[in-house]
Design a protein around this ligand. Structure first.
Ligand code: ADP
Ligand code: MG
Length: 286
């Protein structure tokens, strides 16, 4: 399948309060599923650790998300887009360590900088994925203001429930303050090992608390994911049983996200009408 350009793109930020839970792994897996389907995909790396940038292995970079957020003129993100090393169709706005400087609010509409910079850029793609740092601060708020879906990633551990709750709350705050069309795409459990009792317990706990948000797809714990990342290729291009199992999960996950994106487009008419009535009545946006 290739993009028709007739539907709104899937735009999704991958978020979590913690590091090491699998945000970047999930993002790369979804990007790989999109790569396999020939979907035009843009990855925006908003983590100063730049792990997604490293795994996507661009041949050269001129500007980074740090430059994009510093400038923040409408559409300026286009200048920072580079080809990834994954081949045709997967493009990247890379990150760099200096992005740390943008992690604190700066001036009015600070959380809208990415959205403004991406104006007119998002529509060139079928899929736009934003990788977030391990915090729910200013950079993640910028990501959430620029997309329609937020994918919350967690491991089935003791911290899963409070971590998911904090991330979902951050989504609601951004939705309420500056992005009415934002929706949680769901809670994704990574490194699932349902045969162990601790994981089964934590999964059940998440299911009970978030019956509608806990996604039916989980990402298995597979060394192939680390191997593919180290080799800077999509896991879909890696040849092993574990890679196939992970790829199947990401394919199902991409289907879920595309469905969720289609539903947000249906909601969009209502939200857009609401936003324009708010602005036309001179509502105070402070
Ligand atoms: N499902 C998985 N199976 C095996 N290794 C994984 C899996 N998910 C993540 N990892 C590994 O765990 C580490 C942290 O994952 P990462 O995606 O970088 O987390 P985050 O982006 O949330 O900080 C990485 O080395 C990654 O390769
Ligand atoms: Mg990461």
């Amino acid at each position: 399948m290739s993009g028709t350009g007739t539907t709104a793109p899937l735009t999704c930020a991958v978020v979590a309060q913690k590091g090491g839970v699998g945000k970047t792994t999930a993002l790369l897996g979804i990007a790989g599923a999109a790569w396999e389907r020939g979907l035009r995909t843009l990855v925006v790396d908003l983590d100063p650790q730049a792990n997604a940038t490293a795994a996507l292995d661009p041949a050269s970079t001129a500007y980074s998300t740090n430059d994009v957020l510093a400038d923040a003129r409408p559409g300026v993100a286009a200048d920072a887009v580079v080809a990834s090393g994954w081949g045709e169709g997967i493009e990247l706005i890379p990150s760099e360590r200096a992005l740390e400087h943008r992690a604190v609010p700066e001036g009015r509409d600070s959380a809208l900088r990415l959205r403004i910079a991406l104006e007119g850029v998002i529509d060139r793609y079928d899929v736009v994925l934003v990788d977030c740092p391990p915090s729910l601060g200013e950079l993640t708020r910028n990501a959430l203001a620029a997309v329609r879906l937020a994918l919350v990633v967690t491991e089935p551990s003791f911290f899963a429930l409070p971590g998911a709750a904090a991330a979902l709350e951050a989504v609601e705050v951004v939705r309420g303050s500056n992005n009415l069309v934002l929706r949680p795409a769901g809670v994704l459990v990574n490194r699932a090992r349902p045969q162990t009792s601790e994981h089964a317990f934590r999964l059940a706990e998440l299911r009970e608390t978030y019956p509608d948000l806990l996604l039916p797809v989980t990402i298995p714990d597979r060394t192939a994911l680390q191997q593919a990342q180290g080799a800077c290729v999509p896991v879909q291009a890696w040849r092993s049983t574990g890679a196939h199992e992970a790829s199947d999960a990401f394919d199902d996950l991409l289907d879920l996200l595309l469905d969720a994106a289609a539903r947000t487009v249906a909601d969009l008419g209502v939200a857009a009408a609401l936003t324009s009535s708010l602005t036309s009545t001179g509502t105070d946006h402070r």
